[in-house]
Design a protein around this ligand. Structure first.
Ligand code: ZN
Length: 253
């Protein structure tokens, strides 16, 4: 009888939390100080996150330093329209936001994904509300093997759960292995990922005529998400929002 009481739902959840805290002691991802719960960042780091807020370019999501009025596009979006319909990101990729991305990707901090996905849900706003499904930028299976998990897929999975939208982890495939994008020039990045993605055979219906949200952890030059977006548009995707946690830009334009 006693055992039944011990292992009821709330106790089991408490035991789970205790175990998790032993494995991942709660620490701020920005500065490392101990924090009471799994919030990801302490208060001091939180206030230094450079959240991307309006006014920004409706297409590339780049923040404007002055408000040019509603619906304005930045010069880059006009000169080089991207193959996706819009880009949204939570924060500029520096300081604590960069530390969160790094912890998720390289430090086995999968526990950060729900928190980060919650921020992405807010940044994605209407585009998420209007979408039919959410999917991640895929990793090649050999890289998935060495890194153990796909951080974009973790973010997309939690985002889909929070948004109550279908999650499509297997729709898009990386059909050839590519070099790491880190350290390549913008042009080399484009060459590296050209033709690297495709919609899996038999899954075209998940894409044709659909409004999709494509998730990645960081937007740098956009070469990877552009290659994914082209593959999705080739199969008739109606609308593509790229949603990332961080965007690598220097300053508001
Ligand atoms: Zn901190």
């Amino acid at each position: 009888m006693h055992n039944l009481v011990l292992f009821n739902g709330p106790s089991l959840r408490r035991a789970g939390r205790l175990l998790r805290d032993l494995v991942y002691p709660p620490g701020c991802s920005g500065c490392g100080i101990r924090i009471g719960e799994h919030g990801g960042l302490c208060g001091n780091c939180w206030v230094t996150v450079r959240f991307i807020e309006r006014p920004f370019c409706e297409v590339l999501g780049l923040p404007f330093s002055h408000d040019p009025g509603p619906g304005m596009l930045c010069a880059e979006a006009i000169a080089h329209p991207p193959p996706f319909d819009r880009l949204r990101a939570v924060a500029i990729h520096d300081g604590p936001a960069r530390a969160l991305v790094h912890s998720l990707k390289y430090r086995d901090r999968g526990d950060l994904a729900p928190l980060m996905a919650g921020w992405m849900l807010r940044a994605g706003g209407e585009a998420i509300a209007a979408c039919d499904a959410i999917l991640p930028v895929p990793l090649h299976r050999t890289r998935l093997f060495t890194r153990k998990f796909n951080q974009s897929a973790e973010l997309a999975r939690h985002l889909a759960r929070l948004a109550e939208k279908p999650y499509l982890p297997a729709t898009l495939a990386r059909i050839r292995r590519t070099s790491q994008q880190v350290g390549l020039t913008a042009l080399a990045r484009q060459d590296n990922v050209r033709g690297a993605f495709a919609v899996r055979a038999g899954r075209e219906d998940e894409v044709f005529g659909r409004r999709l949200v494509l998730v990645d952890d960081v937007y740098t030059t956009g070469a990877t998400v552009a290659a994914c977006a082209r593959a999705l548009k080739r199969q008739g995707a109606a609308d593509i929002t790229v949603l990332t946690f961080a965007m690598a830009i220097a300053e508001p334009i």
